[in-house]
Ligand binder design. Structure first.
Ligand SMILES: NC(=O)c1ccc[n+]([C@@H]2O[C@H](COP(=O)([O-])OP(=O)(O)OC[C@H]3O[C@@H](n4cnc5c(N)ncnc54)[C@H](O)[C@@H]3O)[C@@H](O)[C@H]2O)c1
Length: 424
């Protein structure tokens, strides 16, 4: 099947790179979003997200005329839905954006069109939620139009590369839909394209993120056990991983982002009696910021009235995404314990996180600090020279939550040094 026009709904971390890459392959793409500020910025060639190479690609796509940015869905040969799927406070999947995006396609759906859902979704969303909405057009799925689910599995920071190189799963509501999806993504995907049914593809995505969450949970639980027994977890993991069939992940201050910390809940909600291990892993990982906050208080003799320079707010190293970030949780816990926290996030100097006192420069964070806490292992934090930091702060104590710093180097610079599950 040949596709000349495409409408991508949702211009975020997934939709924007996807739309730009398709446009770079000569397909006429309309990138649609409901957020006026985002549309305005993109039309001016300014992405609202940080992703290496994206700015240049966007500019080129706009300049070539292959990409247009719109506040409305427009008729097209194919539609891709890439809108957010967060959860409510009670962890139930919030499918309002997927519902609204599907409804916005209905007036434009034509015979022969292909609709692809990319948003990470609970099992059976494509067939039980999206399909009936699209059929309100009077057209029949599988007969008049094609419908498939294709999960996105890119790594923020490497999105443009992984979009092209990663294997892509396409699950159709029938074989023709899956094949049409393959024809569409072949425009740029160089990795394998695996065809399956829609619900299997949904499960694949959820299983990938859930298995990662569970593996991190066991690493976090090991860090607590190690701390209890005064064992250095990093040394212990290093030794255990010498075993040819063991691969323990790294513990940290928690698990965040809007994928790994969210998606397992979709399985818990869909089958609570079965997904017990999945739920428990979520609880372990969600409890890690409290555990680390308590450890910081223990080694610092309490934090009440103390000033903390907190380095890193992103949910993981070298990205600007602060959604569901455990580092932010940790800041909140330290503040609740009475600390005055100055948080510095180099990838997003003004993230506007409620209740977080963010500063724009490292110097500001360090200037009056009693202690320095490393919450995210950004490369630029790893590269900090303790002797230089010594000149910038009166802080006596350093706490490394992510095993990024060399204890001896910080001690040599005159700091008392502590870290998550490191030997005292
Ligand atoms: N970010 C990632 O690394 C990643 C990786 C894999 C999968 N996913 C999944 O992809 C989906 C999108 O995630 P994201 O990170 O791109 O989200 P995002 O929040 O960065 O972007 C979503 C965009 O959709 C827009 N939007 C919301 N409702 C809309 C509607 N009804 N119509 C049009 N636009 C609408 C928002 O304004 C926003 O710009 C989610 O389901 C997510 O779980 C994300």
């Amino acid at each position: 099947m040949k596709f000349e026009t495409l409408c991508v709904i949702g211009m975020g971390y997934i939709g924007l790179p996807t739309a730009s890459v398709f446009a770079g392959k000569g397909i006429h793409v309309t990138g649609m979003d409901t957020n006026g500020a985002i549309i305005e910025g993109l039309r001016a060639g300014k992405p609202h997200i940080f992703e290496p190479g994206l700015g240049e690609l966007l500019l080129e796509a706009l300049r070539s005329g292959h990409l247009e940015i719109s506040s409305e869905v427009v008729p097209a040969d194919a539609f891709i839905i890439a809108v957010p799927t967060p959860f409510y406070d009670d962890k139930r999947a919030d499918m309002r954006a997927v519902t609204a995006a599907s409804e916005s396609i209905v007036p434009h759906l034509r015979r022969g069109n292909l609709v692809i859902l990319e948003s990470t979704s609970p099992p059976r969303t494509t067939v039980d939620l999206v399909l009936p909405i699209l059929e309100k057009s009077g057209l029949k799925a599988g007969q008049d139009f094609l419908l498939a689910y294709s999960p996105e599995r890119v790594l923020p920071g490497r999105i443009l590369q992984e979009l092209v190189d990663n294997p892509r799963v396409i699950g159709g509501i029938d074989a023709a839909s899956a094949e049409a999806g393959r024809d569409l993504y072949r425009a740029f995907v160089q990795g394998d394209i695996i065809l399956t049914d829609a619900t299997t593809a949904e499960m694949v995505k959820l299983m990938e993120n859930t298995s990662r969450d569970i593996n991190i949970a066991i690493a976090n639980e090991f860090s607590r056990l190690a701390q209890t027994f005064d064992v250095d977890i990093w040394e212990a993991i290093g030794i255990a991983n010498l075993h040819p069939r063991v691969d323990i992940l790294r513990p940290g201050v928690g698990v965040g982002g809007h994928c790994i910390s969210v998606d397992p809940w979709f399985l818990v909600e869909a089958a609570p009696e079965i997904a017990r291990l999945v739920r428990m892993a979520r609880l372990v990982n969600d409890g890690q910021p409290v555990f680390v906050a308590e450890h910081i208080q223990a080694v610092a003799g309490g934090v009440e009235g103390k000033t903390i320079a907190f380095l890193g707010l992103a949910f993981k190293p070298n990205v600007d995404d602060v959604r569901e970030s455990p580092a932010v949780e940790l800041v909140h816990h330290l503040q609740a314990a009475g600390a005055r926290v100055y948080a510095y996030e180099p990838f997003k100097a003004q993230a506007g996180i409620p209740g977080v006192n963010q500063v724009a420069h490292l110097e500001e964070a360090l200037a009056e600090a009693d202690l320095v806490v490393l919450g995210v292992g950004h490369d630029r934090f790893k590269a900090l020279d303790p002797l230089v930091v010594r000149e910038m702060t009166p802080a006596a104590l350093v706490y490394d939550g992510v095993n990024a710093w060399e204890k001896s180097a910080w001690e040599a610079a005159g700091f008392e040094f502590f870290g998550l599950a490191r030997k005292l």
